[in-house]
Every structure is written in C-alpha cells, then in structure tokens.
Design a binder for this molecule. Structure first.
Ligand SMILES: *[C@@H]1O[C@H](CO)[C@@H](O)[C@H](O)[C@H]1NC(C)=O
Ligand SMILES: *[C@@H]1O[C@H](CO)[C@@H](O)[C@H](O)[C@H]1NC(C)=O
Ligand SMILES: *[C@@H]1O[C@H](CO)[C@@H](O)[C@H](O)[C@H]1NC(C)=O
Length: 401
C-alpha cells in the first residue's frame, strides 16, 4: 500500500497489490482518497495520469470530507491533538464508510491496512526548510503537481494579462489567497486596505479576485481576474513579489520559480509555511487581522528594495530544482519499485509493527519505576535508621548528664 500525505490533515490512500485480482500484465492500483479541500486532488492527479500512461490500471475512489520553548511545545501539542481529533472525527469516518462499502470489512482491518503502508509520498522537500530524518519508505515529492516535466506544457497567459505584465515598468506583484479563500469572505475594510496600498505603489498588481462588483475605485495599476494561471505568473520575469495565504502548493510553486513572498496565513499549516519562508529569509509575514495600509506598504517596500529576499529565494529555487529526477518521476519510480517488490516490506522500520506501548518504551516503565522505587525505599529506610540512631544517642547522652 502507498500513502500520500498531503498536508498534516489530508490523507490519500492508494491500496492495491493483491487486493484486486490481476488482469493482464498491468498491476491494478486502487486509490481511495479523502480530501479536505480541492488541492490534494490537484497534487495526485499527475501521478495517476502518469501511472495510467505507463500501462497500470488505476481505480480512483474519492470522497469529499468537507462535512523549542515550552510555549511552542504546548502549541505544537495543541495542534497535534487538534489534528488527531480532526482525523478521527472528520476525515476518517467517511473513509471507513467507503472502505466498508467496497470491501465489506470491519474497522479493525481498515486500521491495520491503513498502517500497513509500503510507501509514503510526502508533499514536502528539505530545500523548502523542513528538514527531517526520514525513513527509507518516506519519499519527498514536493512539486509533483507542477507542470515542469517534459511531457507537460503550461497554457499560455491570456493576451490582456500578458500585455499588462510585459508592460509593467517597475515589476508585478501577484496577490492570491488561493482557491479555498474567497475574497468575498474577507471584510470590506480589509479589501479597501489592500486596494489603497496597491493604488499607491509604482508596481502593477495582479489580484486574484472573485466578485469584482463589490470593489469601488479600481486603480489602473491593478488587474483583477477570478481565475489566474498561477504557475505562469510566477514564472514571468516581471513578477517581483507574491502576496499569498502561504498554502503549501503556493509555497512550493513560489520556491520553484524563485519569487519572494509576503505571507498572510489564515489557518492550518499556513502559519508554519509562512514561518519557514520567513526563517529562510525569502519573505515576511503579516497578521491579516491587523493589516493596515502602512504595514502593507512597508512590507512590500522592504521586500522589493532589499535584495536579500530575491537572492535568498533564488538560492532556494536552485536547490529545489537540483534533484536527480523530477518529483513526478520520483513518485512514479517509487510506486513501481513497490510493485516490483510486492509491497517492499523490507523497507519498513521495525517500529511500524510496534504497539504504542512498545514504541514509547512504556513497557519499560514498571522496571524503571521499580528501580527508582527500590532505591527510594532503601534511602528512606537508611535515613529513618540514622535519625533513630542520632535521636537515641542524644537521649543516651541526656541520660548520662
Ligand atoms: C458482508 O459480509 C457479511 C459477513 O461478513 C455478510 O453476511 C453480508 O451479506 C455481506 N454484505 C455484502 C453486501 O456483501
Ligand atoms: C511606502 O513606504 C515607503 C518606504 O517606507 C515610503 O517611501 C513610501 O512613501 C510609502 N508609500 C506610501 C503611499 O505611504
Ligand atoms: C501488510 O502488507 C504486506 C505486503 O504489502 C502483506 O503481505 C501483509 O499481509 C499485510 N499485513 C496486513 C496485516 O495487512
């Protein structure tokens, strides 16, 4: 089984190998995935397409499940608990329902199969600032969704936008809050803050904006469109800055094309993504709630005029692109590796088979506490004897007086 972990909160399971009777020579891969929002589908589609083109049979079943200081540690603990609860209460139940529907099996088997993965494809890469000690069957494939391999050709930028960008004397700022956050959900005051800040700068702004009518006083240097080709815009030589909600896919794309960011994170992993970009010196972060024309102008000015942001992001881009195979090729290669070696159980850590008690050495606790307890008892006993002895010798001395 193959598991794709998209973010912390969305799962994709690709199960197969023996579950389905083999037809012809091609392996049959059955993919079940649940997704919180639309993006995981975006990430996984190229892999499925490529596998199909290579002669595999892939069945996709997917379901929408939309229905270092102590303080940091506490925060991280709260976050993990929240994720765990979300997974158990929101994401898992529909998956289990699907599993029961198609396999007529119990939950315990589902959980066992879920944990019995051969490979995890994770939408991350160490060059983006998240460095971890990975096990052999965890492969980093960030950028797998991007159109950067030789069979893929990006659609051209629409003519009017192309002209708008080409003719930008002082460069272009691209502003998009992603596909999940609609502009109409943001308060009007916030939108007029953006509008005012953008109207007063020399750069041209390309703003992904749904519901144009709600905005008055549009300025000539702003281009509004409800759908924009993000990769093409980031790849345009005039693009100098990306104002983003810091969603994972946007961060991966901006790192690939080497555009510095001004992050306005709203939820989930966006804060961590923004923080990593900030630490890598490729961007700044602003709190959306307390945004003002002045802070926005200041951040934009700083990123555009301090060359360190551009040079840092260029370096990040070079490192990210410097890989032996494209992320999609990597994902395909490892998927086929798993198929060639019938699940590749030799790659699994022994820890995968361990129970919670064993993994955290909780079964050693009684021994540990037993030893501490024994030592404590001996110390207390000795102290008691010693006190007794001192007291009695004191009284003996008193008696003698
Ligand atoms: C599911 O399995 C049970 C026994 O495990 C069986 O009685 C039932 O008919 C099966 N349902 C379907 C829809 O196959
Ligand atoms: C934006 O900030 C820069 C740098 O601080 C400043 O020179 C410029 O006047 C500001 N623009 C506006 C419209 O406030
Ligand atoms: C785990 O997967 C391997 C191979 O992929 C399989 O042989 C084994 O039976 C599976 N175990 C469980 C408990 O599903």
């Amino acid at each position: 089984m193959l598991v794709c972990r998209h973010l912390g909160h969305a799962w994709l399971l690709i199960v197969g190998f023996g579950l389905i009777v083999r037809q012809t020579q091609a392996e049959h891969i059955l993919a079940i995935f649940s997704y919180a929002f639309s993006s995981p589908y975006l990430v996984v589609r190229p892999l499925i397409k490529e596998l199909v083109e290579r002669g595999h049979q892939v069945t996709v079943k997917y379901t929408s499940t939309r229905s270092s200081s102590i303080l940091d540690k506490w925060d991280s603990w709260v976050y993990k608990t929240e994720e765990w609860l979300l997974e158990r209460l929101v994401y898992l139940p529909p998956q289990i329902k699907l599993y029961r529907q198609y396999f007529n099996d119990s939950y315990s088997n589902f959980d066992e199969i879920r944990r019995n993965f051969s490979l995890i494809l994770v939408n991350q890469h160490f060059s983006l600032g998240r460095v971890r000690s990975n096990v052999p069957n965890l492969i980093e494939v960030a950028g797998m969704h991007m159109c950067v391999h030789k069979n893929c050709k990006l659609d051209p930028i629409p003519d009017d936008l192309q002209r708008f960008m080409d003719e930008a004397e002082h460069g272009v700022i691209y502003f998009s809050m992603g596909v999940e956050i609609y502009m109409k959900w943001l308060p009007d005051k916030m939108k007029s803050t953006f509008l005012e800040a953008f109207s007063n700068i020399k750069q041209r702004v390309v703003w992904k904006y749904d519901g144009l009518n709600s905005l008055k006083d549009k300025s000539d240097n702003i281009f509004f469109r409800s759908y924009l080709p993000q990769q093409q815009i980031l790849n345009h030589p005039k693009t100098k800055l990306f104002i983003t909600h810091a969603g994972l896919l946007s961060i991966i794309e901006t790192a690939y094309y080497g555009v510095p960011v001004l992050s306005l994170p709203l939820y989930y992993d966006q804060f961590a993504n923004a923080q990593r970009m900030h630490l890598a010196g490729v961007g700044q972060t602003l709190k959306l709630n307390s945004i003002s024309v002045e802070t926005l102008n200041e951040s934009i000015y700083e990123i555009l005029h301090n060359p360190s942001y551009t040079s840092n992001v260029q370096r990040m881009s070079n490192r990210f692109r410097d890989q032996p195979m494209s992320p999609l090729k990597t994902a395909v290669w490892w998927t086929e590796y798993i198929l060639r070696h019938k699940g590749a159980t030799h790659m699994r850590l022994p820890e995968h088979e361990m129970s919670f008690m064993q993994y955290y050495n909780l079964d050693l606790m009684p021994i540990l506490f037993g030893r501490i307890g024994l030592t404590a008892i001996i110390v207390i006993l000795l102290a008691y004897k010693l006190t007794n002895w001192i007291i009695s010798s004191y009284y003996i001395r008193l008696d003698l007086l």
